[in-house]
Design a protein around this ligand. Structure first.
Ligand code: 5GP
Length: 184
């Protein structure tokens, strides 16, 4: 049987990355490693968290149609390499994508059978507090991420099959885990 595609989106600070890393510890599913032009953050490993590429390398991937989707976010470009997903799904392996909303929309258009999950923060105030708590993000960046989050929340319910509100991390992990394991 062909593997399935799961898309997880949610504003930065929604707890999406933590939920994903917890899921990858327990659920047998491939994680799609995105290409990005953003520089690595401390501790990020090339090829594991992202494939870090130059603007020129990203241009070539777009021109050669190597990406399932791509989008610009916060002045950087991010894209999902198509080949590893095709290879995994053809061999019956399921794949999890951690992408922002413009890319999620493209995936839904290209692969309507993808399971679309949106992780929502409990409130904008909580989201702002989480972003500030990280300490590695500038005020300008926080303001920008908050405005992106507000517009994302508006469209989430129409694009996504499931919206999981992350007000309790363990509960959110359990909910996303069961959404995935029930679908596969
Ligand atoms: P960060 O720079 O914080 O790692 O990620 C910023 C945003 O880019 C997050 O919302 C993340 O989900 C999204 N993102 C990561 N990889 C991709 C990708 O391949 N395509 C798209 N469209 N978004 C991505």
């Amino acid at each position: 049987m062909r593997g399935r595609l799961f898309v997880l989106s949610g504003p930065s600070g929604s707890g999406k990355s933590t939920i994903i890393s917890r899921i990858l510890d327990t659920v047998k599913i491939d994680f799609s490693v995105s290409a990005t032009t953003r520089p690595p953050r401390p501790g990020e490993i090339d090829g594991l968290h992202y494939k870090f590429v130059t603007e020129g390398e990203f241009d070539l991937m777009v021109q050669n149609h190597l990406l399932l989707e791509w989008a610009e976010y916060n002045d950087n470009r991010y894209g999902t390499p198509a080949a590893p997903i095709r290879e995994a799904n053809d061999h019956g392996r399921d794949v999890l994508l951690d992408i922002e909303i413009q890319g999620a929309r493209q995936v839904k258009e290209n692969r309507p059978s993808a399971v679309m999950i949106f992780i929502a923060p409990p409130s904008m105030d909580v989201l702002e507090a989480r972003l500030r708590g990280r300490g590695d993000t500038s005020d300008r960046d926080i303001a920008h991420r908050l405005s992106i989050a507000a517009s994302q929340l508006e469209v989430a319910s129409e694009l996504f099959d499931f919206v999981v509100v992350n007000d309790d991390l363990d509960a959110a992990v359990a909910e996303v885990t069961s959404l995935i394991t029930e679908a596969i």
